[in-house]
Design a protein around this ligand. Sequence first.
Ligand code: AP5
Ligand code: MG
Length: 306
Amino acid sequence: MRIVLLGAPGSGKGTQAKKLAAKYRIPHISTGDLLRAALAAGTPLGVQAKAAMDAGQLVSDDIVLGIIRERLRANDAKKGFILDGFPRNIAQSQSLDGMLNNLNQPLDCAVLMDVDFDVLMQRLTGRRTCENCGATYNIYTNPPRLDDQCDRCGAALRHRADDNEVTIGNRLRVYDSQTKPLIDLYRNQGRLEIVNGVGDEDAVFKRMLTVLEPIAKGMRKPKLPPLPPAKPAKAKLPGKSAVPMKSKPLPVKPLKPAAKAPPKPPAKKAAGKPAPKKPASKPAHPKKKSRKPAKPAARRKAAKRK
Ligand code: AP5
Ligand code: MG
């Protein structure tokens, strides 16, 4: 089974992915976890990712795609995987399709964990994670028996650095602007499943299984994306920006004003004339005005000389 878990920060992707990974014996691949591990290990990649993660922005596509490409090539991913937190924008989803196409392992579906925004803040501010075994708790809804100590292994529980209100606000905005468009993308491709993510964890898990069991039993074949890109689209982003490639809107925007503008004579001639309709906002250029009287004067001088 090859699936993507889509959903806002705090929607329960990690919680459900762990359960699904245990049930189906396939790896849970979380780009957030991989980036945090790189950061904790002090690798150059982790150091590069830190600023964006601390700010609640997306890490650059180049970094994330490099991590995913390597992870999907690992042996354990050959029998399937659960992607959690990837893809997170259109460019990443296109790259993923390209990679899976090359491996001849198409995605079965994307499952959206549907949770209202007002629930997310409480889930995120209350989250505590075991630094040893990765178990997740919530001090409001699923507290550990002992404060800050894991029930399973007794190790210390951590509050994630990006689980503060300011960064959570940024993460939610980034989700809204960059990740949410994937919902329509997968829906239009006929590859979207939606699961209500509200309710206790086991109830949500049952709903997940209702959607995923037919896939696990081979009763549902993966639907191929309509136009898989020939090559994985390597995002060419300016600098460290986390903004995804906006391949469609970008070329369209500059065309609008150009299309409305009336046909104009060549720029040099137009610049010499007084502006036809916008004199108030753009007065005639003083230098250009002063050229006109200068010409006859120059001619007169030239005539005297003769
Ligand atoms: P990432 O680690 O992926 O964070 P996220 O998407 O913000 O999602 P979370 O992990 O916060 O939430 P979750 O949905 O996993 O919820 P969970 O199950 O833990 O990414 C972190 C950062 O890394 C990003 O901001 C970005 O900078 C970078 N990054 C990662 N991937 C990237 C990519 N592809 N491209 C670029 N940058 C990337 O649950 C949350 C809490 O709710 C827990 O306390 C849990 O116990 C509780 N809970 C869960 N289910 C329930 C339930 N049913 N009822 C009540 N409580 C519940
Ligand atoms: Mg998570």
